[in-house]
Write a protein that binds this ligand. Structure first.
Ligand SMILES: NC(=O)c1ccc[n+]([C@@H]2O[C@H](COP(=O)([O-])OP(=O)(O)OC[C@H]3O[C@@H](n4cnc5c(N)ncnc54)[C@H](O)[C@@H]3O)[C@@H](O)[C@H]2O)c1
Length: 341
């Protein structure tokens, strides 16, 4: 009989894990089998809270025949390392964003999952918000005509304690970047998804302007897309007290703007703005990492589960997740902020 449920083992019991578990509780196609963390006490506490197994080692979790999917909620710089191990053990993979912190590691993860014949989905949950789908659908139907310009501004703030709370925060090795790769990546991913064209050229600056960290806390870039459209990105964790992120899209036939995931402007030829504006904001991580809404994780995790059960490629694929990673790594390289080994 075909399976109607997939069992998940989560690697990492930090901040985002709670979101994954709470989301899974609402998804009939997913069941949490157990958790593991390099810090055994964290795994034990999480397991007790949710009444699941705490695995004594990562190897034990990926060897468990009861587990179908390994969900990687670890620092970004170890995503590929742990992901490859799980893929080789025959487990499907869910990997939190970013896919990893270098192009080489990310490509290795994609190739290893392909070779092992397992699915790989990267969490970029904001694509699953109803507002984003409304915009994507309108663009697919040509509502804006030819796109001329797109802008993503992520003027967020993180207190110094955010970076000093854990030794891997703000490091090239484990976070792999700062404001862009850790925070702004969601909005950058959406901008690239909406613009629907590969990037042709980037001019950028990336700097550490406020926090005592290796990585950038302010970066700005001008983009030229292969379509001929232009773009602009500003990403920061130094803009106190932190402001809702915005995306603005301009085309031949009008303009759409989103703020904190909510459509705040829809001035498009032949369309009534009031039919499209969102009444309620979605929630934003502009000043609090835990301020993100749960609904988008729930929607993406459910879409992943249904795809795997149907034998289809789950969203968002590793290749698609490479787009935002490559864009951000190029902004660093061209902006004077290259990763130090
Ligand atoms: N999708 C989103 O909106 C969102 C939001 C926050 C974080 N994230 C992503 O989730 C992932 C985890 O972030 P977090 O905020 O939960 O982190 P966290 O620091 O709260 O937790 C990370 C966990 O990994 C463990 N760990 C640390 N170093 C390790 C190592 N070398 N090997 C194995 N385990 C190790 C730690 O013990 C910790 O429990 C990151 O990729 C991050 O970018 C995504």
């Amino acid at each position: 009989m075909a399976k109607d449920k997939l069992r998940v083992g989560i690697a990492g019991c930090g901040m985002i894990t709670e979101f994954h578990i709470r989301a899974m509780k609402q998804i009939p196609e997913l069941e949490l089998a157990g958790v593991w963390d390099i810090a055994a006490d964290l795994a034990k506490n999480t397991a007790e809270k949710w009444n699941v197994k705490a695995y004594g080692s990562y190897e034990e979790m990926i060897a468990d025949p009861q587990v179908d999917i390994i969900d990687i909620c670890l620092p970004a710089g170890v995503h590929a390392q742990y992901g490859c191990q799980a893929a080789e053990a025959g487990k499907h993979l869910i990997v939190e964003k970013p896919i990893d912190v270098t192009k080489e590691a990310a490509e290795k993860l994609i190739a290893t999952a392909d070779k092992a014949g397992v699915s790989l989905a990267v969490i970029l949950q904001n694509r699953f918000a109803p507002s984003m789908n409304k915009v994507r659908k309108a663009l697919d139907e040509g509502a804006l005509g030819r796109l001329l310009y797109g802008e993503a501004t992520i003027k967020w703030y993180r207190q110094e304690s955010y970076y000093t709370s854990k030794p891997w925060k703000g490091t090239w090795e484990f976070d792999g970047g700062g404001a862009l790769l850790v925070q702004a990546i969601h909005t950058i991913d959406l901008l690239l998804w909406f613009m629907g064209s590969k990037i042709k050229e980037i001019k950028s600056f990336a700097r550490t302007v406020l926090h005592p960290i290796e990585v950038e806390d302010l970066a700005t870039a001008i983009l030229e897309f292969e379509s001929g459209a232009l773009g602009h990105i500003v990403g920061s964790t130094a803009m106190t007290p932190g402001f809702p992120e915005r995306i603005e899209l301009y085309g031949e036939k009008g303009s759409i703007a989103l703020e904190a995931g909510r459509i705040v402007r829809w001035q498009v030829e032949g369309m009534q703005e009031e039919d499209y504006l969102d009444p309620v904001a979605m929630g934003s991580g502009s000043s609090d990492p835990g301020g993100i809404p749960l609904e988008n994780h729930t929607a993406q995790l459910q879409a992943i589960a249904r795809s795997i059960l149907a034998g289809e490629q789950p969203p968002v694929s590793g290749q698609e997740a490479m787009e935002s990673l490559n864009c951000i790594l190029d902004i660093y390289r061209l902006g004077g902020m290259e990763r130090k080994k």
